[in-house]
Design a protein around this ligand. Structure first.
Ligand SMILES: C[S@@+](CC[C@H](N)C(=O)[O-])C[C@H]1O[C@@H](n2cnc3c(N)ncnc32)[C@H](O)[C@@H]1O
Length: 280
């Protein structure tokens, strides 16, 4: 990760914490817990209390899950020790109370942790796409299925859209931070759908945190993921699409509402982010 220097004075990029910026620009754990609370009772007729966050990174979602109900517990699994320990300190221990007792973190490969069984397994920010071969992804889905109680759900997200295969750079200002989040599609190979993406942060003093996070994964298509879930033994999968409404500013523009509904047919968009919910 290269940082620009401005003389001897440390720049904003030098002083910034990439995990704080990542969480603020990429993650929305409250919205994800709200989605779990919509879909699990709808499909299973009860409240979910146990959740495993695969590829948990800083376990931001696991912490939010446990904060949403004192009875809730979570397991987080990620093999990157530095990131997990940052999360333990900032997202769990800093919260105090009994949060640390209700969250178990494993520094391990997601395919190694299948006990204890949980109501929900989730893999967010497209992390399972890091498994680029069919057999690898089926194997991961089998392990995720094994981790579920009998009426458990696996919840995944996925992105796509017409501009997804283009090399693009998208900038978003980060709320309450003197920084801009930059999401870059660095490369896409149509032959194997291998994709390189990067996250950079640019600061108000002109400094930049280049390649704060980089990913190489396969851009899986929705039907491929659903077929592999079926091959892994899941009985049914559903696609949840964000509801859109006319924006106030411009009559032609549609704006996401943050609410998701199950759909089977939609018009394609420049870019979309969906949830796939698979029933054990
Ligand atoms: C795209 S980040 C997602 C972080 C977080 N889940 C989120 O939603 O923002 C991917 C994470 O997966 C972890 N990871 C990748 N492959 C893994 C594997 N096989 N087992 C465990 N963790 C893995 C990386 O260390 C990284 O923290």
């Amino acid at each position: 990760m290269a940082k620009q220097q401005a003389g001897n004075k440390p720049t904003m990029a030098d002083q910034a914490d990439r995990h704080v910026l990542y969480q603020k620009s990429v993650q929305a754990p409250e919205a994800e817990v709200a989605f779990f609370d919509q879909v699990f009772p709808e499909l299973r007729g009860r409240k979910a209390l146990t959740m495993k966050e695969d590829f948990c990174g800083t376990a931001y979602l696991a912490a939010e899950w446990c904060k949403s109900d004192p009875q809730r517990t979570a397991i987080g699994v990620d093999y990157d020790e530095e990131t997990v320990e940052w999360g333990r300190k900032h997202n769990i221990e800093a919260e105090g109370g009994d949060l640390a007792d209700r969250i178990t973190l494993h520094i391990d490969d997601v395919r190694n942790v299948t006990e204890p069984k949980v109501d929900i397994v989730c893999a967010f920010n497209f992390s399972y796409c890091l498994f680029e071969k069919r057999n690898e992804l089926i194997d991961y889905f089998k392990k995720a299925r094994e981790s579920l109680v009998d009426d458990g759900l696996l919840i995944l997200d996925l992105f796509g859209g017409t501009e997804c295969e283009d090399v693009v750079e998208e900038e978003t200002e980060i709320e309450d931070e003197p920084a801009t989040y930059i999401w870059e599609h660095v490369a896409f190979n149509p032959i194997d759908h291998h994709m390189k993406c990067a996250i950079h942060f640019e600061f108000d003093d002109g400094s930049r945190m280049q390649n704060a996070f980089t990913y190489e994964w396969r851009l899986w298509a929705i039907p491929e993921v659903r077929e592999l879930l079926e091959e892994a033994g899941f009985s049914k999968s559903r696609v949840y699409w964000e509801k859109y409404e006319d924006s106030d500013d411009d009559d032609d523009e549609l704006e996401g509402t943050g609410e998701y509904e199950e759909v089977t047919e939609v018009e394609n968009q420049e870019s979309w982010m969906i949830y796939i919910v698979a029933e054990k």
